[in-house]
Design a protein around this ligand. Sequence first.
Ligand code: ZN
Length: 139
Amino acid sequence: MIIDAIKNGIVIDHIAAGKCMELYQILGLGDLDCSVAILKNVTSRKLGRKDIIKIDRNLELDWDVIGYVDPNITVNIIRDGEQVEKRQLKMPETITNVLHCRNPRCITSVEQELPQVFKLTDRANRVYRCLYCETKAGK
Ligand code: ZN
């Protein structure tokens, strides 16, 4: 995979195959006014198959959200055609206002102004639970 097509932007690499659309939606990339390229099922030596997202602009991304979707993702920042930064991600301890609790009786369903906070409760299995009612975050 060649990244020189982008002069200034971000390449989100090593996304587990099939996860790029989840990441696309959770990061709100559809709302951007620049080019966003999605490459699915790219052959990778490390993963077998992977997805890649290229964004044709530099912008602040929510690193925690990316780490939540898949901590194995690497993010490459490209400036003037050169890779200036390679970022490794990690799973955040908590994630705020990204996921919504599915429990209709959860306090966050009633009190809409409360922040939606999910806490990492099982690192090995990447399980996040609602801070208030402990409902598991669902996909
Ligand atoms: Zn809840």
